[in-house]
Design a protein around this ligand. Structure first.
Ligand SMILES: [Zn+2]
Length: 222
């Protein structure tokens, strides 16, 4: 594969529980791309004590999503900053949850001169997502999230620090069901949009983390 053909911008999409964050991080390591996860960046933004920082903190503590306007503004600020850095490209995770965000993200990428983006959809069934999210646990001591996949299902204590594993309060079945329904409604237009642009790569997410990663590598190197 010629270097110029490698995607410089990879956008990950997939339902909650699909493991897209994990795959995004693996991809950024493999191709030496910067990882831009909306979760981390929004949490960092909350620490700036201005109007948006304080308001973000308030709504995110309630479990509400940041509005698209704020998402795109923050993404734009990140891309502006990256113009001053020498980077090969980046992986976007969590910026294109709804159709407006997908369209505006493309405009922002064009504006800053990042062409050649690829979009990876990690597909898992509603049932699989529901199981993974309602059964995942968190370490009480170090906060590590233990996914409900493969060997991890057998863990009785945290594999990093030995701490006690508990269920997360926001992983209640009724909350998860609502989140998945919301995802389905908002994301189908996003998926169709990327399909029309011939950017979409669909990956079977119902495999081990390693096999999902292998499939992604095969697909983007083709
Ligand atoms: Zn732990």
């Amino acid at each position: 594969m010629r270097d110029s053909k490698k995607p410089k911008v990879i956008i990950l999409i997939g339902p909650p529980g699909s493991g897209k964050g994990t795959q995004a991080k693996l991809l950024s390591q493999k191709f030496h791309l910067k990882y831009l996860g909306s979760g981390d960046i929004l949490r960092a933004r909350q620490k700036i004590s201005d109007f948006t920082g304080r308001k973000l903190k308030k709504i995110m503590n309630k479990g509400e999503l940041a509005p698209s306007f704020v998402i795109i503004k923050i993404l734009g600020d990140q891309l502006e900053k990256l113009k001053k850095e020498k980077i090969k490209g980046f992986v976007l995770d969590g910026w294109t949850r709804i159709i407006y965000e997908a369209i505006l993200t493309d405009e922002a990428l064009d504006w800053y001169g990042w062409q050649n983006s690829k979009v990876i959809l990690i597909k898992i069934s509603f049932k699989e997502a529901f199981n993974r999210l309602t059964k995942r646990r968190q370490c009480k001591r170090c906060g590590r999230l233990i996914p409900w996949i493969g060997e991890f299902k057998k863990l009785k204590v945290c594999d990093k620090c030995g701490g006690k594993l508990v269920q997360r309060p926001d992983d209640k079945p009724e909350v998860i069901r609502e989140r998945l329904k919301e995802y389905k409604k908002e994301t189908i237009p996003v998926i169709n949009y990327y399909k029309r642009k011939e950017k979409l790569i669909e990956i079977n997410g119902q495999q081990s983390i390693e096999d999902v990663f292998k499939d992604i590598l095969k697909a983007i190197q083709n």
